[in-house]
Write a protein that binds this ligand. Sequence first.
Ligand code: NDP
Length: 268
Amino acid sequence: MTDAYAVFGNPIAHSKSPLIHAAFARQTGQDIVYSALPAPLDGFVEAVAVFRRQGGCGANVTVPFKEQAYALATRLSPRAQAAGAVNTFRFESDDLYGDNTDGAGLVQDLTANLGLDLAGKRILLMGAGGAARGVILPLLERQPDGVFIANRTASKAVGLAQVMGAGKSLSAGGYADLSGQFDLVINATAASLAGDLPPLPEAIFAPDALAYDMMYGKDTPFLSFARERGVRTADGLGMLVEQAAEAFLLWRGVRPETAPVIQLLRGV
Ligand code: NDP
């Protein structure tokens, strides 16, 4: 029997996850079907329960349900525990196992696809929401010189850094607190969705810096700002495919090749 998986979000119609997982399944010979399922804003728990009762084997979870998914899981991976958010469920006979593959996806994209060695780098992470939270520890594991979390609401960034173990390698504040230059600037805010640019200092980028926007699918004010200053840029499509590959590995025990799927989505 074909194993069923799904992604839950609201909205969800735009999701590229069905395309990505269908490509992984073809490539690895796995017999699965993967659908994008809408869940009402007040009906996430019920939607997951129905899918599980109908024989679903696992699911991805996206905006705005990752925190609810964390609360719903009965067993958590260490990285989901640390992130305080779940983007991948595996339905087990006795447990609803929750994992978070976003951070691993970002780090894999930065290191394997974009060729960046994070050790010793100065990293600026903009944003203190769910996406930022999930990537802090995976970034710190790569031994950067430091990670500074900057957020519009500075107190939220400071609180997040405290929870994640603020110290020599991790600090936080508002955009007005930024000083010096960064080798890697990651936009994990929702500013791009509104066509906004966080208020970055003019000289924020170190020579040979990379500007990374987690958003994908359209050019963003942040990436334009970086390009106009001669800085190398990348969008979040690679992260999307890499976090999906990590979920596929958890479900099927096989890691798909991501490069051809990234190429497929870029239409090249
Ligand atoms: P949240 O809503 O949890 O967080 C939003 C963050 O953006 C907050 O820190 C908020 O600041 C900040 N923000 C919102 N508007 C502005 C603005 N105009 N100027 C400056 N800061 C702003 O969102 P998520 O963390 O879930 O998602 C953030 C982004 O990451 C989205 O674009 C999402 O699509 C993308 N993403 C991409 C993934 C991928 O695989 N490529 C995976 C996950 C997310 P404040 O606290 O002050 O409100």
